[in-house]
Design a protein around this ligand. Structure first.
Ligand code: ZN
Length: 148
């Protein structure tokens, strides 16, 4: 059962890294930030169209490993329509999950795909990069985020 679940989660990561969702520059973006993970070489730009406090649209562009790309792709699919506070809540849950390796429920199943990352400390930075970059864009701090 657990092995099957792991396979399923593996599929989510492979699918999203091979076919990233919302992978484009966002013409109507009013926030953006650039993130860089020197350890792995991941680079990405997150674009957000913020409407008041709500994320109307979100996208990303960049290059990096499967984990960082899949994490960015899943993040964009989950955050469209969310408020910036809801985005920060998900950010802290995701951070907890990739560092501790456990998650409570399946409300955000696609996030659970990354729980296995906690076994590979170097990969935690890859998974967190899109979220840290998003956080910088919401805080309107366009200076580059670095995981170092
Ligand atoms: Zn990486």
């Amino acid at each position: 059962m657990i092995d099957n679940l792991n396979d399923l989660y593996q599929e989510v990561i492979l699918d999203h890294s091979r076919h990233p969702r919302n992978y484009q520059k966002l013409a109507k973006a009013n926030r953006e930030a650039h993130g860089h993970n020197p350890l792995c070489g991941d680079q990405l730009t997150v674009y957000v169209q913020l409407d008041g406090d709500r994320i109307r649209d979100i996208s990303f562009e960049g290059s990096g490993c499967a984990i960082s790309k899949a994490a960015a792709s899943v993040m964009t699919t989950l955050l469209k329509g969310k408020t910036s506070q809801e985005a920060r809540d998900l950010f802290s849950r995701f951070h907890h999950m990739v560092t501790e390796g456990h998650y409570q429920e399946c409300e955000h199943c696609k996030l659970a795909a990354f729980a296995g990352v906690h076994k590979f400390p170097a990969r935690v930075k890859c998974a967190m990069l899109p979220w840290r970059t998003l956080e910088a864009s919401l805080a309107d701090k366009p200076s580059a985020v670095s995981t170092e």
